[in-house]
Design a protein around this ligand. Structure first.
Ligand SMILES: [Cu+2]
Length: 166
C-alpha cells in the first residue's frame, strides 16, 4: 500500500511537471496559440520563440513585431540555402492571411529574442506582447521548453544564430 501510494505521488508530480501547451491569446480576429520558447544555455544572448497565429477575420493582418521585459523581440525567418541555414529579420513583418494561419516553428519563421536579460530556464513562463497591424497588441505567455525541444533542426538553428549579425 505504502509503495503504491508513493508511486501515485511520483506519477502525479511527473505529470504536473509536464509543460501544458493549451494556451490561447486573442485580440480582435487574431488568435495566438501555444507559444513556447526554447531554453537557452548559460551566457546565451539570444533565444527563440514559436507559436501558431490564426486569423479568423476576412481581412489579412500582419505581425509587425513585439516587446518584452526579458529581451528585444524580432520577427525572423530561417531558410536553408545550399544546405546552410540562414536567418533574417522580417523588417516588414509577417503576413497572416484572412481566414488563415501561420506557424512559427523551428527551422522556419520564429520570434528572435535578442539582448536577453536572463537565460530562459525550462519550466518557466515568460511574457511578451506581440503587435499586429490591425488587431493591435496581443499579450502572450511563452512556456519555456528544454533546449532540445521539438528538436528537428534545433542544432542547425543554433548554427544559424551564431552566424547572425547583430
Ligand atoms: Cu532568428
Amino acid at each position: 500500500m505504502r509503495h503504491s501510494s508513493l508511486f501515485t505521488l511520483a506519477l502525479a508530480l511527473a505529470l504536473g511537471a509536464t509543460p501544458v501547451l493549451a494556451q490561447e491569446f486573442k485580440a480582435g480576429d487574431i488568435v495566438v496559440e501555444k507559444p513556447w520558447a526554447r531554453a537557452t544555455p548559460k551566457g546565451a544572448e539570444v533565444g527563440s520563440g514559436y507559436l501558431t497565429i490564426q486569423n479568423k477575420g476576412a481581412a489579412a493582418d500582419r505581425l509587425t513585431g513585439g516587446s518584452a521585459d526579458f529581451a528585444t523581440v524580432e520577427v525572423h525567418q530561417m531558410k536553408s540555402e545550399n544546405g546552410v541555414s540562414q536567418m533574417r529579420e522580417l523588417k516588414d513583418g509577417l503576413a497572416i492571411p484572412a481566414h488563415g494561419s501561420v506557424g512559427l516553428t523551428p527551422g522556419g519563421y520564429h520570434l528572435m529574442f535578442t539582448h536577453l536579460t536572463h537565460p530562459l530556464t525550462k519550466g518557466e513562463t515568460v511574457k511578451a506582447t506581440l503587435n499586429f497591424e490591425h488587431a493591435g497588441p496581443v499579450e502572450v505567455e511563452f512556456s519555456v521548453m528544454g533546449i532540445g525541444a521539438a528538436g528537428t533542426g534545433g542544432m542547425k538553428g543554433m548554427g544559424g544564430m551564431k552566424g547572425m549579425k547583430m
